[in-house]
Design a binder for this molecule. Structure first.
Ligand code: C2O
Ligand code: CU
Ligand code: CU
Length: 515
Protein backbone atom coordinates (compact mmCIF):
# COMPACT_ATOMS: atom_id res chain seq x y z
CA UNK A 1 0.00 0.00 0.00
CA UNK A 2 1.29 3.43 -0.99
CA UNK A 3 2.03 5.88 1.80
CA UNK A 4 -0.66 8.45 2.47
CA UNK A 5 -0.40 11.75 0.61
CA UNK A 6 -1.40 14.90 2.44
CA UNK A 7 -4.33 16.68 0.86
CA UNK A 8 -4.48 20.26 -0.38
CA UNK A 9 -0.75 21.02 -0.29
CA UNK A 10 -0.21 21.80 -4.00
CA UNK A 11 -1.83 24.70 -5.87
CA UNK A 12 -4.14 23.84 -8.75
CA UNK A 13 -2.12 24.08 -11.98
CA UNK A 14 -3.30 26.48 -14.62
CA UNK A 15 -3.52 24.72 -17.96
CA UNK A 16 -1.76 26.55 -20.76
CA UNK A 17 -3.53 27.52 -23.99
CA UNK A 18 -1.94 26.18 -27.14
CA UNK A 19 -1.03 28.77 -29.79
CA UNK A 20 -1.72 27.96 -33.42
CA UNK A 21 1.42 27.88 -35.57
CA UNK A 22 -0.54 29.47 -38.38
CA UNK A 23 -3.84 31.24 -38.89
CA UNK A 24 -5.29 31.82 -42.34
CA UNK A 25 -8.63 31.89 -44.13
CA UNK A 26 -9.02 28.14 -43.59
CA UNK A 27 -8.84 28.59 -39.85
CA UNK A 28 -6.29 27.94 -37.12
CA UNK A 29 -3.59 25.29 -37.53
CA UNK A 30 -2.08 23.47 -34.59
CA UNK A 31 0.46 20.76 -34.02
CA UNK A 32 0.42 18.57 -30.95
CA UNK A 33 3.00 15.92 -30.12
CA UNK A 34 2.44 12.92 -27.85
CA UNK A 35 5.53 12.35 -25.74
CA UNK A 36 6.72 10.54 -22.67
CA UNK A 37 7.76 12.89 -19.87
CA UNK A 38 8.12 13.12 -16.10
CA UNK A 39 6.16 15.35 -13.77
CA UNK A 40 5.68 15.75 -10.04
CA UNK A 41 2.02 15.22 -9.26
CA UNK A 42 2.26 15.89 -5.51
CA UNK A 43 4.72 17.59 -3.17
CA UNK A 44 5.60 14.30 -1.43
CA UNK A 45 5.51 11.92 -4.39
CA UNK A 46 8.56 11.38 -6.62
CA UNK A 47 8.05 12.40 -10.25
CA UNK A 48 5.75 10.21 -12.34
CA UNK A 49 6.47 9.03 -15.87
CA UNK A 50 3.49 9.95 -18.05
CA UNK A 51 2.42 10.23 -21.65
CA UNK A 52 0.97 13.54 -22.64
CA UNK A 53 0.09 15.82 -25.52
CA UNK A 54 3.06 18.20 -25.92
CA UNK A 55 4.48 16.50 -22.84
CA UNK A 56 1.74 17.84 -20.57
CA UNK A 57 -0.95 16.25 -18.44
CA UNK A 58 -3.60 17.41 -19.01
CA UNK A 59 -2.72 18.39 -22.55
CA UNK A 60 -2.77 22.10 -23.44
CA UNK A 61 -6.17 23.71 -24.03
CA UNK A 62 -7.25 24.54 -27.55
CA UNK A 63 -9.63 27.48 -27.68
CA UNK A 64 -11.81 27.92 -30.76
CA UNK A 65 -14.58 30.21 -31.92
CA UNK A 66 -17.79 28.98 -33.46
CA UNK A 67 -17.57 28.65 -37.27
CA UNK A 68 -13.76 29.07 -37.27
CA UNK A 69 -12.27 25.72 -38.26
CA UNK A 70 -9.39 24.21 -36.35
CA UNK A 71 -6.86 21.80 -37.89
CA UNK A 72 -4.66 19.69 -35.66
CA UNK A 73 -1.77 17.48 -36.70
CA UNK A 74 -1.53 14.96 -33.89
CA UNK A 75 2.00 13.56 -33.86
CA UNK A 76 3.05 10.41 -32.05
CA UNK A 77 6.58 10.42 -30.61
CA UNK A 78 5.94 7.88 -27.89
CA UNK A 79 8.35 5.04 -27.06
CA UNK A 80 7.74 1.63 -28.62
CA UNK A 81 7.14 -0.07 -25.31
CA UNK A 82 3.89 0.61 -23.43
CA UNK A 83 4.03 2.22 -20.00
CA UNK A 84 1.25 -0.04 -18.73
CA UNK A 85 0.30 -3.74 -18.98
CA UNK A 86 -1.27 -4.46 -22.38
CA UNK A 87 -3.63 -7.44 -22.60
CA UNK A 88 -2.85 -9.10 -25.93
CA UNK A 89 -5.66 -11.64 -25.71
CA UNK A 90 -8.42 -9.26 -26.90
CA UNK A 91 -9.16 -8.03 -30.43
CA UNK A 92 -6.15 -9.78 -31.93
CA UNK A 93 -3.93 -7.17 -30.30
CA UNK A 94 -1.00 -9.57 -30.42
CA UNK A 95 -0.95 -8.83 -34.16
CA UNK A 96 -0.65 -5.08 -33.65
CA UNK A 97 2.20 -2.82 -32.50
CA UNK A 98 1.96 -2.32 -28.71
CA UNK A 99 1.97 1.48 -28.83
CA UNK A 100 -0.61 2.96 -31.15
CA UNK A 101 -2.60 6.14 -30.85
CA UNK A 102 -5.41 8.04 -32.52
CA UNK A 103 -7.08 11.17 -31.20
CA UNK A 104 -10.81 11.73 -30.85
CA UNK A 105 -12.25 15.16 -30.05
CA UNK A 106 -15.17 14.19 -27.86
CA UNK A 107 -18.37 16.11 -28.59
CA UNK A 108 -17.30 17.53 -31.96
CA UNK A 109 -19.36 17.31 -35.12
CA UNK A 110 -16.82 16.45 -37.75
CA UNK A 111 -16.34 14.19 -40.75
CA UNK A 112 -15.63 10.56 -40.14
CA UNK A 113 -12.00 10.76 -41.32
CA UNK A 114 -11.27 13.42 -38.67
CA UNK A 115 -13.19 11.70 -35.90
CA UNK A 116 -10.43 9.45 -34.62
CA UNK A 117 -11.86 6.07 -35.57
CA UNK A 118 -10.37 3.40 -33.24
CA UNK A 119 -8.81 1.63 -36.22
CA UNK A 120 -7.32 4.81 -37.68
CA UNK A 121 -4.39 4.39 -35.26
CA UNK A 122 -0.75 5.01 -36.03
CA UNK A 123 2.58 4.42 -34.36
CA UNK A 124 5.56 6.71 -33.71
CA UNK A 125 6.14 8.94 -36.72
CA UNK A 126 3.30 7.20 -38.65
CA UNK A 127 5.61 4.23 -39.27
CA UNK A 128 2.70 1.80 -39.05
CA UNK A 129 -0.96 2.65 -39.48
CA UNK A 130 -4.27 0.86 -38.80
CA UNK A 131 -6.83 -0.17 -41.45
CA UNK A 132 -8.97 2.97 -41.06
CA UNK A 133 -6.05 5.43 -41.10
CA UNK A 134 -6.39 8.03 -43.84
CA UNK A 135 -4.92 11.37 -42.73
CA UNK A 136 -2.39 13.00 -40.42
CA UNK A 137 -4.26 16.25 -39.85
CA UNK A 138 -7.78 16.35 -38.47
CA UNK A 139 -10.23 19.16 -39.18
CA UNK A 140 -12.84 20.41 -36.72
CA UNK A 141 -15.39 22.71 -38.42
CA UNK A 142 -16.82 24.09 -35.11
CA UNK A 143 -20.25 24.72 -36.62
CA UNK A 144 -21.90 23.99 -33.30
CA UNK A 145 -22.68 25.84 -30.13
CA UNK A 146 -20.09 26.83 -27.58
CA UNK A 147 -19.20 24.08 -25.13
CA UNK A 148 -16.38 22.29 -23.36
CA UNK A 149 -15.13 19.43 -25.50
CA UNK A 150 -12.16 17.22 -24.76
CA UNK A 151 -9.64 15.30 -26.75
CA UNK A 152 -8.33 11.92 -25.76
CA UNK A 153 -6.82 8.79 -27.19
CA UNK A 154 -9.17 6.27 -28.83
CA UNK A 155 -6.89 3.47 -30.10
CA UNK A 156 -8.52 0.09 -30.51
CA UNK A 157 -8.26 -2.13 -27.43
CA UNK A 158 -5.87 0.11 -25.43
CA UNK A 159 -7.81 3.34 -24.97
CA UNK A 160 -8.01 2.71 -21.19
CA UNK A 161 -4.21 2.45 -20.94
CA UNK A 162 -3.38 5.37 -23.23
CA UNK A 163 -5.77 7.71 -21.44
CA UNK A 164 -4.62 6.48 -18.01
CA UNK A 165 -1.02 7.20 -19.07
CA UNK A 166 -2.12 10.82 -19.55
CA UNK A 167 -3.38 11.27 -23.10
CA UNK A 168 -6.28 13.67 -22.48
CA UNK A 169 -6.88 17.41 -22.76
CA UNK A 170 -9.61 20.04 -23.06
CA UNK A 171 -10.95 22.10 -25.97
CA UNK A 172 -13.11 25.14 -25.39
CA UNK A 173 -15.47 26.23 -28.14
CA UNK A 174 -16.83 29.75 -27.70
CA UNK A 175 -19.81 31.47 -29.26
CA UNK A 176 -21.24 34.98 -29.35
CA UNK A 177 -24.53 34.12 -27.72
CA UNK A 178 -22.67 32.83 -24.67
CA UNK A 179 -20.27 35.77 -24.60
CA UNK A 180 -23.21 38.18 -24.53
CA UNK A 181 -24.35 36.73 -21.20
CA UNK A 182 -21.41 38.24 -19.30
CA UNK A 183 -20.67 35.12 -17.29
CA UNK A 184 -17.52 35.10 -15.11
CA UNK A 185 -14.61 35.07 -17.59
CA UNK A 186 -10.82 35.08 -17.94
CA UNK A 187 -9.21 34.64 -14.48
CA UNK A 188 -12.65 33.75 -13.17
CA UNK A 189 -13.42 30.97 -15.63
CA UNK A 190 -11.47 27.84 -14.70
CA UNK A 191 -11.48 24.45 -16.43
CA UNK A 192 -11.15 21.48 -14.05
CA UNK A 193 -10.26 18.04 -15.32
CA UNK A 194 -10.97 15.44 -12.64
CA UNK A 195 -9.22 12.06 -12.88
CA UNK A 196 -8.35 9.21 -10.54
CA UNK A 197 -5.08 7.28 -10.54
CA UNK A 198 -3.12 4.92 -8.29
CA UNK A 199 0.62 5.12 -7.67
CA UNK A 200 3.52 3.01 -6.55
CA UNK A 201 5.79 4.41 -3.82
CA UNK A 202 8.40 5.38 -6.40
CA UNK A 203 5.84 7.70 -8.01
CA UNK A 204 5.12 5.48 -11.02
CA UNK A 205 1.57 4.95 -12.18
CA UNK A 206 -0.06 1.78 -10.91
CA UNK A 207 -2.49 -0.04 -13.15
CA UNK A 208 -3.14 -3.70 -12.31
CA UNK A 209 -2.00 -6.29 -14.83
CA UNK A 210 -4.78 -8.68 -13.78
CA UNK A 211 -8.00 -8.55 -11.78
CA UNK A 212 -7.52 -9.15 -8.01
CA UNK A 213 -9.30 -12.47 -8.04
CA UNK A 214 -7.61 -13.69 -11.24
CA UNK A 215 -8.09 -17.36 -12.03
CA UNK A 216 -4.87 -19.28 -12.81
CA UNK A 217 -5.58 -19.78 -16.49
CA UNK A 218 -6.07 -16.06 -17.21
CA UNK A 219 -3.85 -14.36 -19.75
CA UNK A 220 -1.28 -12.10 -18.13
CA UNK A 221 -1.73 -9.19 -18.52
CA UNK A 222 -5.51 -9.45 -18.47
CA UNK A 223 -8.02 -6.61 -18.85
CA UNK A 224 -10.01 -5.62 -15.75
CA UNK A 225 -13.79 -5.23 -15.82
CA UNK A 226 -13.40 -1.80 -14.15
CA UNK A 227 -10.71 0.23 -12.44
CA UNK A 228 -10.98 2.94 -9.81
CA UNK A 229 -7.78 4.70 -8.73
CA UNK A 230 -7.40 5.51 -5.02
CA UNK A 231 -6.12 9.08 -5.56
CA UNK A 232 -7.96 12.05 -7.08
CA UNK A 233 -6.23 14.58 -9.32
CA UNK A 234 -7.49 17.87 -10.69
CA UNK A 235 -5.67 19.36 -13.69
CA UNK A 236 -2.91 16.83 -13.09
CA UNK A 237 -2.26 17.55 -9.39
CA UNK A 238 -3.24 15.29 -6.52
CA UNK A 239 -5.88 16.87 -4.25
CA UNK A 240 -4.89 20.48 -5.06
CA UNK A 241 -6.16 23.75 -3.63
CA UNK A 242 -7.11 26.97 -5.37
CA UNK A 243 -7.03 30.44 -3.84
CA UNK A 244 -9.99 32.49 -4.95
CA UNK A 245 -11.48 35.94 -4.48
CA UNK A 246 -14.83 36.47 -2.76
CA UNK A 247 -16.87 36.61 -5.98
CA UNK A 248 -18.47 34.41 -8.65
CA UNK A 249 -16.38 31.91 -10.60
CA UNK A 250 -17.27 29.72 -13.53
CA UNK A 251 -15.89 26.17 -13.45
CA UNK A 252 -15.93 23.98 -16.56
CA UNK A 253 -15.67 20.50 -15.08
CA UNK A 254 -14.81 17.32 -16.95
CA UNK A 255 -14.79 13.78 -15.60
CA UNK A 256 -11.82 12.29 -17.48
CA UNK A 257 -11.56 9.18 -15.27
CA UNK A 258 -11.54 5.68 -16.74
CA UNK A 259 -14.34 4.17 -14.62
CA UNK A 260 -15.03 6.43 -11.67
CA UNK A 261 -18.23 8.44 -11.28
CA UNK A 262 -18.51 11.33 -8.88
CA UNK A 263 -21.29 13.04 -6.98
CA UNK A 264 -19.95 16.54 -6.44
CA UNK A 265 -20.82 18.50 -3.33
CA UNK A 266 -19.47 21.59 -1.64
CA UNK A 267 -19.21 21.79 2.13
CA UNK A 268 -20.47 24.72 4.23
CA UNK A 269 -23.78 24.55 2.34
CA UNK A 270 -22.43 26.23 -0.76
CA UNK A 271 -24.52 25.47 -3.85
CA UNK A 272 -23.72 24.99 -7.50
CA UNK A 273 -25.57 27.01 -10.11
CA UNK A 274 -25.37 24.73 -13.10
CA UNK A 275 -25.49 26.55 -16.42
CA UNK A 276 -24.32 23.94 -18.92
CA UNK A 277 -23.92 20.29 -19.79
CA UNK A 278 -21.93 18.36 -22.44
CA UNK A 279 -23.22 20.29 -25.45
CA UNK A 280 -23.26 23.82 -24.01
CA UNK A 281 -25.59 26.08 -22.06
CA UNK A 282 -28.85 24.80 -20.57
CA UNK A 283 -32.15 26.60 -21.14
CA UNK A 284 -32.04 28.00 -17.61
CA UNK A 285 -29.77 27.95 -14.61
CA UNK A 286 -30.41 25.08 -12.22
CA UNK A 287 -29.49 25.29 -8.56
CA UNK A 288 -27.90 22.02 -7.46
CA UNK A 289 -26.87 20.79 -4.01
CA UNK A 290 -25.01 17.91 -5.60
CA UNK A 291 -24.20 16.92 -9.16
CA UNK A 292 -23.51 13.37 -10.32
CA UNK A 293 -21.39 12.79 -13.34
CA UNK A 294 -20.01 9.79 -15.12
CA UNK A 295 -16.85 9.42 -17.20
CA UNK A 296 -16.72 11.88 -20.16
CA UNK A 297 -19.62 14.05 -18.94
CA UNK A 298 -19.05 17.79 -18.52
CA UNK A 299 -20.74 20.22 -16.21
CA UNK A 300 -20.57 23.98 -16.33
CA UNK A 301 -21.22 25.64 -12.98
CA UNK A 302 -21.06 28.98 -11.24
CA UNK A 303 -19.92 29.00 -7.63
CA UNK A 304 -20.41 32.20 -5.68
CA UNK A 305 -17.74 32.72 -3.01
CA UNK A 306 -18.82 36.30 -2.25
CA UNK A 307 -20.15 35.45 1.21
CA UNK A 308 -17.31 33.09 2.05
CA UNK A 309 -14.32 35.43 2.52
CA UNK A 310 -11.72 33.76 4.76
CA UNK A 311 -13.29 30.30 4.47
CA UNK A 312 -12.03 27.09 2.94
CA UNK A 313 -14.59 25.16 0.94
CA UNK A 314 -13.95 21.56 -0.05
CA UNK A 315 -15.20 20.04 -3.27
CA UNK A 316 -16.33 16.59 -2.20
CA UNK A 317 -17.32 13.39 -3.87
CA UNK A 318 -20.27 11.89 -2.12
CA UNK A 319 -19.73 8.54 -3.87
CA UNK A 320 -16.28 8.07 -2.32
CA UNK A 321 -15.47 6.96 1.24
CA UNK A 322 -18.31 4.48 1.48
CA UNK A 323 -17.59 1.23 3.29
CA UNK A 324 -13.79 1.45 3.36
CA UNK A 325 -12.27 3.77 6.01
CA UNK A 326 -9.04 3.91 3.97
CA UNK A 327 -10.89 5.25 0.96
CA UNK A 328 -9.79 8.85 0.46
CA UNK A 329 -11.74 9.55 -2.70
CA UNK A 330 -14.48 11.42 -0.86
CA UNK A 331 -12.54 14.66 -1.37
CA UNK A 332 -11.43 16.25 -4.63
CA UNK A 333 -9.97 19.71 -4.06
CA UNK A 334 -10.20 22.78 -1.86
CA UNK A 335 -11.14 26.38 -2.59
CA UNK A 336 -9.60 28.97 -0.23
CA UNK A 337 -11.31 32.31 -0.27
CA UNK A 338 -8.13 34.10 0.74
CA UNK A 339 -7.53 36.55 -2.08
CA UNK A 340 -8.89 40.06 -1.86
CA UNK A 341 -11.38 41.23 -4.40
CA UNK A 342 -9.47 42.87 -7.26
CA UNK A 343 -12.41 44.53 -8.92
CA UNK A 344 -16.09 44.61 -8.25
CA UNK A 345 -17.70 41.44 -9.61
CA UNK A 346 -19.69 42.71 -12.58
CA UNK A 347 -20.36 39.27 -14.04
CA UNK A 348 -23.88 38.10 -14.34
CA UNK A 349 -25.76 34.92 -13.57
CA UNK A 350 -28.87 35.02 -15.75
CA UNK A 351 -31.71 32.61 -15.11
CA UNK A 352 -32.54 32.24 -18.83
CA UNK A 353 -29.45 31.05 -20.68
CA UNK A 354 -30.22 29.79 -24.14
CA UNK A 355 -32.86 28.47 -26.52
CA UNK A 356 -32.88 24.74 -27.16
CA UNK A 357 -35.45 23.55 -29.68
CA UNK A 358 -36.84 20.15 -28.74
CA UNK A 359 -36.01 17.36 -31.19
CA UNK A 360 -39.41 15.85 -30.38
CA UNK A 361 -40.83 18.20 -33.05
CA UNK A 362 -38.98 16.22 -35.72
CA UNK A 363 -40.31 13.26 -37.61
CA UNK A 364 -38.87 10.17 -35.99
CA UNK A 365 -37.59 7.74 -38.66
CA UNK A 366 -36.67 4.85 -36.39
CA UNK A 367 -36.77 3.69 -32.80
CA UNK A 368 -33.99 1.29 -31.92
CA UNK A 369 -33.79 -0.69 -28.71
CA UNK A 370 -30.20 -1.44 -27.87
CA UNK A 371 -29.41 -3.76 -25.00
CA UNK A 372 -26.47 -3.34 -22.67
CA UNK A 373 -25.60 -6.92 -21.86
CA UNK A 374 -23.22 -8.82 -19.58
CA UNK A 375 -21.78 -12.12 -20.79
CA UNK A 376 -18.44 -13.89 -20.40
CA UNK A 377 -15.53 -14.90 -22.59
CA UNK A 378 -13.60 -18.15 -23.03
CA UNK A 379 -11.56 -17.40 -19.88
CA UNK A 380 -14.77 -16.79 -17.94
CA UNK A 381 -13.97 -13.09 -17.73
CA UNK A 382 -16.84 -10.61 -17.81
CA UNK A 383 -17.48 -9.47 -21.37
CA UNK A 384 -19.86 -6.55 -21.79
CA UNK A 385 -21.63 -6.14 -25.11
CA UNK A 386 -23.98 -3.81 -26.94
CA UNK A 387 -26.96 -5.72 -28.26
CA UNK A 388 -24.97 -8.96 -27.94
CA UNK A 389 -22.66 -7.83 -30.73
CA UNK A 390 -18.88 -7.59 -30.72
CA UNK A 391 -16.93 -4.70 -32.17
CA UNK A 392 -16.04 -6.74 -35.26
CA UNK A 393 -19.63 -7.77 -36.09
CA UNK A 394 -21.17 -6.03 -39.12
CA UNK A 395 -22.77 -2.62 -38.60
CA UNK A 396 -26.37 -2.78 -37.33
CA UNK A 397 -27.12 0.90 -36.62
CA UNK A 398 -27.33 2.83 -39.89
CA UNK A 399 -29.43 6.00 -39.64
CA UNK A 400 -30.08 8.06 -42.78
CA UNK A 401 -28.22 11.34 -43.04
CA UNK A 402 -30.46 14.09 -41.64
CA UNK A 403 -32.94 11.72 -40.03
CA UNK A 404 -34.03 11.78 -36.42
CA UNK A 405 -34.05 8.57 -34.40
CA UNK A 406 -34.80 7.47 -30.86
CA UNK A 407 -32.31 5.08 -29.31
CA UNK A 408 -33.42 3.22 -26.19
CA UNK A 409 -30.50 1.87 -24.15
CA UNK A 410 -31.92 -1.11 -22.29
CA UNK A 411 -29.53 -1.76 -19.42
CA UNK A 412 -29.81 -5.40 -18.37
CA UNK A 413 -26.65 -5.30 -16.23
CA UNK A 414 -26.41 -4.44 -12.54
CA UNK A 415 -24.69 -1.10 -12.90
CA UNK A 416 -24.79 2.18 -14.80
CA UNK A 417 -23.02 2.71 -18.12
CA UNK A 418 -22.28 6.18 -19.53
CA UNK A 419 -23.31 5.80 -23.18
CA UNK A 420 -21.71 8.10 -25.74
CA UNK A 421 -22.57 8.60 -29.42
CA UNK A 422 -20.01 10.22 -31.71
CA UNK A 423 -20.96 12.96 -34.22
CA UNK A 424 -24.16 14.13 -32.52
CA UNK A 425 -25.43 15.99 -29.51
CA UNK A 426 -28.64 14.31 -28.40
CA UNK A 427 -31.50 15.05 -26.01
CA UNK A 428 -32.51 12.71 -23.22
CA UNK A 429 -36.21 11.86 -23.33
CA UNK A 430 -36.67 9.61 -20.31
CA UNK A 431 -35.55 6.71 -18.15
CA UNK A 432 -38.05 3.91 -17.63
CA UNK A 433 -37.49 1.22 -14.97
CA UNK A 434 -38.16 -2.46 -15.70
CA UNK A 435 -38.04 -5.68 -13.71
CA UNK A 436 -34.51 -7.00 -14.13
CA UNK A 437 -35.14 -10.23 -12.20
CA UNK A 438 -38.00 -11.06 -14.50
CA UNK A 439 -35.86 -10.20 -17.50
CA UNK A 440 -33.14 -12.55 -16.27
CA UNK A 441 -35.71 -15.38 -16.05
CA UNK A 442 -37.49 -15.07 -19.38
CA UNK A 443 -36.01 -12.12 -21.27
CA UNK A 444 -39.26 -10.12 -21.04
CA UNK A 445 -39.23 -6.40 -20.33
CA UNK A 446 -41.95 -5.68 -17.76
CA UNK A 447 -41.99 -2.01 -16.79
CA UNK A 448 -42.20 -1.32 -13.08
CA UNK A 449 -43.09 2.35 -13.45
CA UNK A 450 -43.80 5.16 -15.87
CA UNK A 451 -41.02 6.89 -17.82
CA UNK A 452 -39.14 9.44 -15.69
CA UNK A 453 -37.98 12.70 -17.25
CA UNK A 454 -34.22 13.33 -17.03
CA UNK A 455 -32.89 15.40 -14.11
CA UNK A 456 -33.18 19.16 -14.69
CA UNK A 457 -29.45 19.47 -15.44
CA UNK A 458 -29.64 16.80 -18.15
CA UNK A 459 -32.31 18.53 -20.21
CA UNK A 460 -29.89 20.35 -22.50
CA UNK A 461 -27.58 18.93 -25.18
CA UNK A 462 -25.78 15.76 -24.20
CA UNK A 463 -23.31 13.44 -25.90
CA UNK A 464 -22.87 11.05 -22.98
CA UNK A 465 -25.61 9.93 -20.60
CA UNK A 466 -25.82 7.61 -17.64
CA UNK A 467 -27.96 4.60 -18.55
CA UNK A 468 -28.87 3.26 -15.10
CA UNK A 469 -29.26 -0.48 -14.39
CA UNK A 470 -32.73 -1.97 -14.99
CA UNK A 471 -33.87 1.04 -17.01
CA UNK A 472 -34.47 1.92 -20.61
CA UNK A 473 -32.86 5.30 -21.27
CA UNK A 474 -34.34 6.89 -24.37
CA UNK A 475 -32.45 9.58 -26.26
CA UNK A 476 -33.36 11.40 -29.45
CA UNK A 477 -30.80 12.52 -32.02
CA UNK A 478 -30.63 13.99 -35.48
CA UNK A 479 -27.90 12.23 -37.45
CA UNK A 480 -26.26 15.10 -39.29
CA UNK A 481 -24.41 16.93 -40.77
CA UNK A 482 -22.01 14.23 -42.03
CA UNK A 483 -22.39 10.73 -43.39
CA UNK A 484 -19.87 7.98 -42.83
CA UNK A 485 -18.70 5.61 -40.14
CA UNK A 486 -18.67 6.67 -36.50
CA UNK A 487 -18.86 4.79 -33.23
CA UNK A 488 -21.01 4.63 -30.13
CA UNK A 489 -19.89 3.10 -26.88
CA UNK A 490 -19.83 2.93 -23.13
CA UNK A 491 -17.37 5.54 -21.83
CA UNK A 492 -16.11 3.41 -18.96
CA UNK A 493 -12.85 2.84 -20.78
CA UNK A 494 -12.42 -0.71 -19.46
CA UNK A 495 -15.84 -1.48 -21.02
CA UNK A 496 -15.19 0.36 -24.26
CA UNK A 497 -12.01 -1.67 -24.81
CA UNK A 498 -13.80 -4.98 -24.18
CA UNK A 499 -16.24 -4.89 -25.93
CA UNK A 500 -18.85 -2.22 -25.35
CA UNK A 501 -18.23 -0.28 -28.53
CA UNK A 502 -19.89 -0.54 -31.94
CA UNK A 503 -19.38 1.13 -35.29
CA UNK A 504 -22.42 2.86 -36.80
CA UNK A 505 -22.92 4.36 -40.22
CA UNK A 506 -24.77 7.52 -41.18
CA UNK A 507 -26.02 6.67 -44.64
CA UNK A 508 -26.28 9.27 -47.38
CA UNK A 509 -28.90 7.93 -49.80
CA UNK A 510 -27.84 10.24 -52.65
CA UNK A 511 -24.25 9.19 -52.40
CA UNK A 512 -25.45 5.62 -52.41
CA UNK A 513 -27.54 5.93 -55.59
CA UNK A 514 -24.67 7.35 -57.58
CA UNK A 515 -22.47 4.34 -57.00
CU1 C2O B 1 -14.78 10.37 -25.42
CU2 C2O B 1 -15.54 7.71 -28.34
O1 C2O B 1 -15.14 9.03 -26.84
CU1 CU C 1 -16.77 11.10 -28.67
CU1 CU D 1 -20.07 0.32 -19.34
Amino acid sequence: MRRKLEKFVDPLPEIRLLKPYKKNKDGAHYEMTMKQFRKKLHRDLPATTLWGYNGQFPGPIIEANRDEPVHVTWLNQLPNKHLLPVDLSIHGLDQMPAVRTVVHLHGIETKSDSDGHPEAWYTNNFRETGPAFSRKTFTYPNHQRGSLLWYHDHAMGITRLNVYAGLAGMYILRDKQEEALNLPAEDYEIPLMITDRSFNDDGSLFYPSQPDDAAVNLPNPSILPAFNGDTILVNGKIWPYLEVEPRKYRFRILNASNTRSYRLQLDSNTLFQQIGSDGGLLRCTVEMEEISFQPAERIDVIIDFSKAAGQSITLKNDLGEDADPNDETGEIMQFRVTKSLKNKDSSHLPSALSVIPSLKQNNVSAIRYLKLVGSSDEFDRPLLLLNNKHWYDPVTENPQLGSTEIWGFTNTTNFSHPIHIHLVQFQVLEHQPFDLEQYNIDGKIIFTGPPQPPAANNRGWKDTIEAPAANITRVIAKFAPYSGEFVWHCHILEHEDYDMMRPYIVVDEDEYDEK
